[in-house]
Design a protein around this ligand. Sequence first.
Ligand SMILES: [Zn+2]
Length: 215
Amino acid sequence: MNDAVEARHRKAKAKPSARPSREQAEEAVRVLLRWAGDEPEREGLDGTPARVVRAYEEWFAGYGEDPTDMLQRTFEEAGGYDEIVLLRDIRFESHCEHHMAPIIGRAHIGYLPRNRVVGISKLARLVEVYAKRLQIQERMTAEIANTIDRVLNPHGVAVVIEGTHTCMTTRGVHKSQATMVTSRMLGVFRDHAETRQEFLSAIDLRGNRGAPASI
Ligand SMILES: [Zn+2]
């Protein structure tokens, strides 16, 4: 590749692609309907493109939100509290970036405050912001932990996510019971086995209970 071509490629890559119009998005849904083998013109599918596009606005609302801002606006002084703050079983719905298929799961977040805490609903909102984007579970886990670490500067952060990937349960290898578990441990949760263990026993991973899939 010569220099001029390479420069053009770089430029094309750096330029954020313009957001298509609602009409263009609906037209794209009609193309997929035809691709699936149906006729977008038939009565039952009349409102489908518009509904799919509205659903996308909900499923991918996370692109319009800044998670750092959200946490920054809301922290408070911890008032001497120096034990683990834990929010477990935060249900989320996301979509895998490889198939755009739903990932349904639960996130568990723990942190050991240094001097700042956030309202627990903000932790749930943080999960939501990252979930409502195209994701891979590993990255989502790291993003949540890193944002808490950066904004609250705690002694440590622990994030565990359990997810069922419908691209794997409903197609491909069809493993309907498989759950993926990912974790990111920072600070004391990474360095001290005891603190990590306290967190892991508190979150009660589904596998430990031996219960059937409830998510
Ligand atoms: Zn996938």
